[in-house]
Design a protein around this ligand. Structure first.
Ligand code: PHE
Length: 337
């Protein structure tokens, strides 16, 4: 009897396990309910008293050895890919989808609205010279934007600076293309402003430009009305207020109707209107500076801040949160294409 257990032990020692299947066979043979160990323990009950001690000891050796061997193999198998592959009962792990940054979402939305009207996207450098940001856009020499307090200069004379608006891309397009031009220019811009809840030294803009024969202010109005309805809902109304930009004449500031429908709320500061963008008819001087015949062509331009639109659309109060990369904030924006 005792010799038999010893031979079982030797056999168990030689038993080769290389896969999950073999491990299971091992378990069935030795450790399962109907396995060898249980049978031997049954026999143990019938063993005479003087043999019990030796028998018991050998039996325990066999039990310890086989259960250790089983446990060790199981652990090493679990930690290898084979273990994972063969355990079909494991639940799948969902692949985490990232979310688009709200600024990208709004940018893509604005771009897609204007693309439907036949506009194409144009991009340009963030580091610019004075000509493309100011001079070609009819900024007088003493204009405050040309001051260090308002613009980040990288170098003075010749002036190299971070663009303060993407109108600089409009200049580049006009210099290189003859009308008809129908383009939008999304991009990052920089202004030397104190960072607060409402303003930042870096933000994003989308500007647009349409130049052809007989383009009128009515075209501008209709284009922007279409944009406002697409972006903020078909109920949206627009309002144009006279304004001033060196590069457009006449110039206007566009407001959209607030969702409170004129009742007045905190967002619109009880006016019923929200300021959204600047626009106007391209000043003939600008066309001439860029080599476009201002006696033949007219055009309109507009420009808006993406963060500002995102603030209104998502009712976020603090612009700084867009640049902090806090995933708790960013994860709230559903993935979109
Ligand atoms: N460039 C202007 C800005 O940055 C926006 C604008 C663009 C206004 C085109 C009128 C026409 O504020």
């Amino acid at each position: 009897m005792i010799e038999q257990i010893e031979s079982f032990l030797k056999e168990a020692e030689k038993y080769k396990i290389t896969s999950a299947l073999e491990l299971e066979e091992f378990r069935l043979k030795y450790l399962s309910k109907k396995g060898l160990l249980n049978t031997l323990f049954e026999e143990f009950k019938t063993v005479t008293l003087e043999k019990k001690k030796d028998f018991g000891k050998k039996l325990n050796d066999l039990k310890t050895y086989t259960s250790d061997k089983y446990q060790n193999f199981k652990e090493s198998l679990d930690s290898t890919s084979e273990g994972l592959k063969t355990d079909l009962s494991l639940t799948g792990e969902a692949i985490k989808l990232g979310t688009r940054h709200p600024v990208s979402i709004i940018r893509n939305e604005v771009v897609s609205i204007f693309e439907r009207l036949g506009f194409t996207v144009s991009e340009g450098p963030e580091i610019e010279d004075d000509w493309h940001v100011f001079s070609a856009l009819n900024f007088p020499l003493e204009h405050p934007a040309r001051d260090m307090q308002d613009t980040f200069f990288i170098q003075k004379t010749p002036d190299i600076l971070l663009r303060t608006h993407t109108s600089s891309v409009q200049v580049r397009v006009m210099e290189n293309t003859q009308p008809p031009i129908r383009m939008i220019m999304p991009g990052r811009v920089f202004r030397n402003e104190a960072i607060s809840a409402r303003s930042h030294c870096m933000f994003h803009q989308v500007e647009g430009l349409f130049i052809a024969e007989k383009v009128s202010f009515a075209d501008l109005k209709q284009t922007l009305l279409f944009f406002a309805k697409e972006m903020f809902g078909s109920e949206t109304e627009i309002r144009l207020r006279p304004s001033f930009f060196p590069f457009t004449e006449p110039s206007a500031e566009m407001d959209i109707s607030c969702n409170c429908k004129g009742k007045g709320c905190n967002l619109c500061k009880y006016t019923g209107w929200l300021e959204i963008l600047g626009c106007g008819m391209v000043d003939p001087n600008v066309l001439d500076f860029c080599g476009i015949d201002s006696t033949k062509y007219t055009g309109f331009a507009f420009g808006m801040g993406i963060e500002r639109i995102a603030l209104l659309k998502y009712q976020v109060k603090d612009i700084r949160i867009y640049f902090e990369n806090d995933v708790r904030f960013l994860n709230q924006f559903k993935p979109s294409i």
